[in-house]
Ligand binder design. Structure first.
Ligand code: ATP
Length: 221
């Protein structure tokens, strides 16, 4: 009789039935990223989550911090989470990082798994503009967490990415909501704080704060 042990990042791909995929710049990773993944692991009963730092984000105009730093910080952020794999495929891939390519690759690596694509509310709103969004919706169930900044932007009529089209009703119906308290964290705000040499305590973990300090990230040259 099997022992029914929980799966972790070293379990074989065949054992993974429910796979989460969480992409982002992670420049730097912050507690809301971790809370989102922990909520998804719990609420969606995921066996594993691939955290995928983006290579060249097609939808972000700013130059991202060197991928090796973002990957290293993602590893620090999720070090306590045995089910998380920090997946470097997008930073190794040349050209723009399209989620659909990552999902197709993961689908062939985990043919038996249901894939859940995890994201925050700002990204949910921009979904109609995503490359091959219908194909994404065929491969994965999309799960969105509320995001404080999106709510704030909505209330204050700030500039969120425009949606050139709407999602189909079928796709819209497949989007699940993750239950997570709204968290104010934003990597943009953290980079601003760091650039002004202000403390990052409470905005990132001590290990990431140390990493940012030791590598002089986000500071003016
Ligand atoms: P930046 O400020 O540089 O745009 P960010 O804080 O939005 O960065 P990303 O790495 O771009 O962080 O986000 C990765 C994913 O995490 C996205 O799906 C985003 O919506 C989600 N996310 C980021 N911050 C929050 C938050 N505070 N609450 C919920 N989801 C979040």
């Amino acid at each position: 009789m099997g022992l029914n042990l929980p799966l972790n990042a070293t379990s074989s791909p065949e054992a993974v039935q429910r796979l989460g995929v969480f992409g982002g710049s992670f420049d730097p990773p912050h507690p809301a990223h971790v809370a989102l993944v922990e909520s998804a692991l719990d609420q969606l009963c995921l066996d594993r989550v691939h955290v995928v730092p983006t290579g060249q984000a097609w939808h972000k105009t700013r130059a991202l911090t060197d991928a090796r730093h973002r990957v290293a910080m993602a590893r620090l952020a999720f070090a306590h989470c045995p089910q998380v794999v920090v997946d470097e495929r997008e930073v190794r891939r040349a050209g723009p990082s399209y989620t659909v390519d990552t999902l197709k690759a993961l689908q062939s690596e985990y043919p038996q798994a249901q894939i859940y694509l995890l994201l925050g509310d700002d990204q949910r709103r921009s979904l109609p503009a995503w490359h091959q969004i219908d194909e994404i919706g065929r491969i994965a169930i999309i799960c969105a967490a509320g995001r404080d900044v999106a709510v704030r932007a909505w209330n204050e009529n700030l500039d969120l990415p425009a949606s050139p089209a709407k999602l189909t009703d079928t796709l819209q119906a497949r989007i699940l909501t993750l239950n997570m308290p709204l968290m104010p964290h934003s990597a943009t705000d953290i980079r601003v704080q760091a650039a002004q040499e202000q403390t990052l305590t409470g905005l990132v973990t001590p290990a990431i704060e140390r990493y940012i300090h030791d590598h002089h990230l986000y500071r003016p040259l």
